[in-house]
Design a protein around this ligand. Structure first.
Ligand SMILES: Nc1ncnc2c1ncn2[C@@H]1O[C@H](COP(=O)(O)OP(=O)(O)OP(=O)(O)O)[C@@H](O)[C@H]1O
Length: 623
């Protein structure tokens, strides 16, 4: 053999920079939860077996076709060695280089990104990410990987590394199909060579791996497709254990839904809502969490498109024997059968949430606090389901008790006779909304208003447009269609005569120029001098604020009118001042306008305002 060919056979390669960074953290900073390395390696083996089982359905030309599909673990307490072998898909030399020398998978990327973000050095959250294969270096000073791919003609390969800087790779003789990972344990990791300890860890994390796990000759896991069993025979603890396994969770699920259907499709589904929404903590967008099976054979783990995107927080399994087992993963998303499955499962899950909200409102409130944002996403963007999601939405309102939320059904159930619409108003919190001018007309008539605090709420409600035949109307819209207030509620201070009012509004419009389309008398103000309303029916001020943030040059978006209260002292004073000192009256008007903009939650240029306030103060304090 020429020297060049020999060199190609056995070579040393550098890890990619990101892998080095990852290994450095794994080796030097992670001290708690070290035992999860076993879960990661077993789960890689299970994936490799699953992939093999799937390929073997269609591919007949494979190596070692008769090997049993299983995971074998051997511990040697004397030598402090741990070996994990599987008869899965294996890897070719190229695959080894790609898979174990670079960071190709999402778990590790998310982990690095998380660590990269300033102030987030909670590396102990590793369990949530699963850094995969590299976690072996938490406990091993040297790792050997021996592997042979299932592909006909594939040669065996060996990969060796101490996790620092580089690895070596070369040929290996006499291997059967699959992968064997040999860990030479660190001096402080001897406990992972104890059979009892390893057994405990497997039971804890890997009990439901759907292949036998054989530890020093004894099968240790349960292997049950729990979702195909009869509900009445499954204990709560079994469900919880299964949930912990599929969701990599440490706690109990918040909700659980186990159901079967025969028509239109035969389905067994077991779905869970976790306790926590990790997207809230800046962990990035979640991947789907429900896997698809056909007769207990996994077709796709965490299947894309099986549920709508806004249900990505749901974990679980869906098994349907109506799916063809050799359905290609690529076409799965377009499959009419999968679309039908999605419809049935989504419908059932929405119904389930409705039932939970009714039977235990406090628990539902807890769910809403963490996961409501996903339902809002669905209600705003998914036109297939937005009407079904609507009854699940919750809001604060002018009539909700502190700390309690109301539903659209609560609202419509106590609407007044003659009230045509459902009203809502956006503001950062209850205090801001209640101090502003928009509620005045509603208070006068004792009409309930929903409070929305996130801009997405306004997108949701304006996209829904109506609920049970009642229009959803933002309280900053021009047309409120409110019933007349009763006579004694109408008792208010004298306004100004109509000519004076017409002159005043014309002058105001001229002074404010393009900033408003119109200045007019308000029928809704009681205590405040002025407010801004939206003439464009669909766009609320809060939605405009979002647009303003996205595109700073937008300036005045949408048609606005300034409505004034001719009974208010400030407005009356302004009319009088205009005759005496127009320049100063203009200054005061600018301030009234800016105050209305602020009350609408929109942005004003604070430099102008501060300067103007000083000039007004100067006059007030010196005259
Ligand atoms: N036992 C194995 N048999 C075959 N291939 C394996 C085995 N272990 C790892 N691999 C390959 O190496 C790749 C990288 O593994 P690693 O555990 O780092 O990440 P992952 O399992 O893909 O990602 P994640 O942990 O985020 O799910 C895997 O995607 C797989 O292709």
């Amino acid at each position: 053999m020429v020297a060049e060919a020999v060199a190609k056979q056995r070579e040393t390669r550098e890890f990619q920079a990101e892998v080095r960074q990852m290994l450095d953290i794994v080796i030097n900073s992670l001290y708690t939860d070290r035992e999860i390395f076993l879960r990661e390696l077993v789960s890689n083996s299970a994936d490799a077996l699953e992939k093999f089982r799937y390929r073997s359905i269609t591919d007949k030309d494979i190596i070692d076709a008769d090997l049993p599909l299983e995971i074998t673990i051997e511990v040697n307490d004397k030598e402090k060695m741990l070996t994990i072998s599987d008869t899965g898909i294996g890897m070719t030399r190229e695959e080894l280089v790609e898979n174990l020398g670079t960071i190709a998978h999402s778990g590790s990327r998310a982990f690095l990104r998380h660590l990269g973000e300033a102030g987030k050095h909670d590396v102990n959250l590793i369990g949530q990410f699963g850094v995969g294969f590299y976690s072996a270096f938490m406990v091993a000073k040297r790792v050997r990987v021996l592997t042979r791919s299932y592909k006909p003609g594939a040669e065996g390969c060996e990969w060796v590394s101490d996790g620092v800087g580089s690895y070596s790779i070369g040929p290996a003789e006499g291997l059967q199909r699959g992968t064997k990972i040999v860990l030479e344990l660190k001096d402080n990791a001897g406990e992972f060579a104890s059979t009892d300890n390893v057994k405990r860890i497997i039971k804890r994390y890997s009990n439901f791996v759907p292949f036998p796990i054989i530890l020093n000759g004894e099968k240790v896991n349960t292997i049950q497709a729990i979702w195909t069993r009869n509900k009445n025979e499954i204990k709560d603890e079994e469900y919880t254990e299964f949930y912990k396994f599929i969701a990599n969770a440490y706690d109990e699920p918040l909700y659980r839904l186990h159901f079967s259907a025969d028509a239109p499709l035969a389905i067994n589904a077991l779905l869970f809502v976790p306790q926590e929404n990790f997207e809230r903590f800046g962990f990035g967008k979640m991947e789907p969490g429900v896997s698809l099976y056909c007769r207990k054979v996994m077709l796709q783990q965490n299947a894309e498109g099986l549920l709508p995107e806004w249900l990505r927080f749901v974990k679980g399994v869906v098994d349907s024997e109506d799916l063809p087992i050799n359905i290609s993963r690529e076409t799965m998303q377009d499959s009419a059968l999968v679309a039908k499955l999605r419809k049935v499962i989504t419908g059932r899950f929405i119904k389930f949430l409705g039932e939970q909200a009714k039977s235990d409102p406090d628990k539902y409130a807890q769910f809403w606090k963490k996961f409501g944002i996903f339902l809002k996403e669905g209600a705003a963007a998914d036109y297939t389901y937005n009407k079904d999601i609507a009854p699940l939405l919750r809001f604060e309102s002018s009539k909700s008790e502190p700390g309690k939320l109301v539903s659209l059904d609560d609202y419509t159930g106590r609407m007044q006779d003659g009230q045509k619409n459902i009203y809502y108003i956006n503001g950062p919190n209850r205090e801001f909304i209640e101090a502003g001018p928009y509620l005045e007309a509603f208070k006068l008539r004792d009409i309930e208003v929903l409070y929305t605090h996130e801009p997405v709420d306004d997108f949701v409600l304006s996209n829904l447009a109506e609920y049970q035949g009642k229009k959803l109307v933002s309280a900053d819209q021009a047309e409120l269609d409110l019933p007349e207030p009763s006579e004694d509620e109408k008792q208010r201070e004298e306004g100004m005569d109509s000519l004076e009012l017409r002159n005043l509004t014309a002058w105001m419009k001229q002074t404010l120029g393009d900033r408003v389309n119109e200045v007019r008398e308000s029928k809704r103000l009681v205590e405040s001098p002025a407010l801004l309303i939206n003439l464009d029916g669909a766009m609320t001020s809060s939605m405009q604020r979002v647009m303003q943030m996205l595109n700073k040059d937008v300036g005045n978006i949408g048609g606005k009118a300034l409505e004034i209260n001719p009974r208010h002292k400030v407005i009356k004073g302004l009319a009088a001042l205009r005759e005496k000192d127009e320049e100063f009256a203009k200054l005061a008007l600018e301030q009234v306008y800016d105050n209305a903009v602020i009350a609408a939650g929109l942005v004003v240029d604070s430099r102008n305002m501060v300067d103007r306030m000083y000039r007004i103060l100067e006059r007030a304090l010196t005259e």
